[in-house]
Write a protein that binds this ligand. Structure first.
Ligand code: GLU
Ligand code: MG
Length: 473
């Protein structure tokens, strides 16, 4: 509820805060940051900060953060040669045990000090290469390919993401429980007392990300017991995706230090609100925003370009879900009936509306759109790549989303349906294949990984089944 929470009118309660310059912080609506002329090298940053160890980091297709700890003494080698990994061991990256090393090449612009976790620790996000070529299965490489297509058209994008998560623990019986056992009310959203009991953890995260210059502008208790959201300002897609990877990591480490587990899984509790990763997006050309149009006859303040973008997202929704809601658990969030709090706040159909959180796409302001289909398990690089591809396709085909609130198709009810949707969608599959070669078909591999994930879950006999069937016949 970063950009404004459910049931709270945008500016009234300090939600949807507007910065002093009048821009909306998470909204991806303010002007993109100017490019730095001559950025410092990784070695310069490491020396300036007195860094002792660098986490050279990348994620697999599932978003698992993989890293090697490189001592500052080896920063020169890291910058020139990268650092090697057995890609098959790292995760879903299209590699076999017999394959050559995956070399993680650091992107100095993504340097992130983690001195608040350990003195002298830093992170740098890396682009994986194999035998000198960018590895087509690497999410950062896939997003870069889409951003290249944008740039070729003279476009840039801004993305702000609302990162929600639960703080949980295991109870004495080993069951999953909310970390704060007093956080039990039926309507916990924005509860000042539940928020204050997690003050030390939440403010430590806030101070940490503010120290990084991410500009945390709000932290709140979300709609589920034990659920929180910490917002930081929008940036370019690559920067926001890198920050999300670092954010999940640092939140999990800090929570662990307090004996808790921070989870971004979409639906940890059947009877509570799920975890979204709402993406606020806008397109720009020559520093000018392309989404606002005060003369919009539909009254949302949007341009024809923005409507085309929205229509593309709605049109590709059956395939997009396989990327922005990529786990078995994701569909427990989007198909849920209302939890104890009264509403799920998660979409179940491909629709758009104004400042209305019941739709897959909300238009909180004329300067941006918010995609609410993304959940906490989304790989941020892939999600942004797929969403930008879908939106651009809508613009290219001159699609129109119709009137706001118009009925839309149901979203896929399970991961398997979504994977079938992806298989039927050449444009979104093509986006995953953005850096593919004839020998390395990424979309096909991704669908196989996700199909296998669904069938592995499906093969488990659950409590629900024994409760339902044991004596039913
Ligand atoms: N947690 C809700 C979700 O799963 C969103 C609540 C909100 O609007 O912030 O998407
Ligand atoms: Mg929220």
């Amino acid at each position: 509820m970063g950009s404004s929470g459910p049931g709270i009118p945008s500016q009234a309660a300090g939600a949807g805060a507007v910065l002093a310059d009048g821009s909306s912080p998470n909204g991806a609506g303010a002007a993109p940051e100017p490019a730095t002329a001559d950025p410092p090298s990784l070695a310069e940053r490491v020396a300036a900060d007195g860094v002792r160890f660098i986490l050279a980091t990348f994620v697999d297709l599932n978003g698992k953060p993989c890293a090697k700890l490189v001592p500052a003494e080896a920063v020169g080698m890291l910058a020139t040669d990268g650092v090697g990994f057995a890609g098959y061991a790292a995760g879903a990256l299209g590699q076999q045990p017999s394959d050559p090393d995956l070399m993680a090449m650091p992107d100095p612009a993504s340097y992130t000090s983690l001195s608040f976790l350990r003195p002298g620790l830093a992170m740098v996000h890396c682009d994986p290469f194999v035998e000198g070529e960018p590895w087509p299965f690497a999410p950062r490489v896939i997003l870069r390919a889409v951003l290249g297509q944008l740039a070729a058209r003279g476009l840039t994008a801004q993305v702000g993401a609302e990162a929600e998560y639960f703080l949980v623990r295991r109870d004495d019986a080993g069951r999953l429980a909310v970390a704060d056992e007093r956080d039990r009310s039926a309507r916990p959203c924005y509860d000042a007392r539940d928020l204050t009991r997690m003050y030390e953890h939440l403010t430590e995260v806030s101070a940490a990300i503010n120290g990084l210059g991410w500009s945390n502008y709000a932290t709140d208790h979300e709609d589920g017991n034990g659920q929180f959201e910490q917002n930081f300002t929008h940036a370019t897609p690559l920067t926001t995706a890198d920050r999300l990877v670092a954010f999940r990591y640092l939140v999990q480490v800090l929570a662990e230090q307090r004996g808790m587990t921070a989870t971004f899984m979409p639906k940890p509790f059947t009877d509570r609100t799920g975890t979204g990763l709402h993406m606020h997006m806008s397109l720009w050309r020559d520093g000018e925003p392309l989404f606002p149009d005060p003369a919009d006859p539909r009254g949302l303040g949007l341009s024809a370009t923005a409507y085309g973008f929205i229509a593309g997202l709605l049109d590709h929704a059956p395939a997009l879900l396989a990327v922005v809601a990529p786990t078995v658990n994701s569909y427990k969030r989007t198909t849920a009936s209302a939890p104890a709090s009264g509403a799920t706040w998660a979409p179940s159909t491909a629709t758009y509306g104004g400042n209305d959180r019941t739709h897959m796409i909300r238009v909180p302001d004329g300067d941006r759109i918010e995609v609410r289909a993304c959940d906490g398990s989304a790989n941020p690089y892939l999600a942004m790549a797929a969403l930008l591809t879908a939106g651009l396709d809508g613009i290219d085909r001159g699609l129109d989303p119709g009137e706001r609130g118009a009925a839309g198709r149901p979203l896929p009810p399970t991961l398997l349906h979504a994977v079938d949707g992806l298989a039927a969608d050449e444009r979104i599959s093509g986006c995953l294949d953005g850096a593919a070669t004839p020998a390395h078909q990424v979309a096909e591999y991704y669908r196989a990984v996700k199909r296998e994930e669904f069938l592995t879950w499906h093969a488990q006999v659950s409590d629900w089944e024994t409760d339902r069937y044991l004596t039913a016949f």
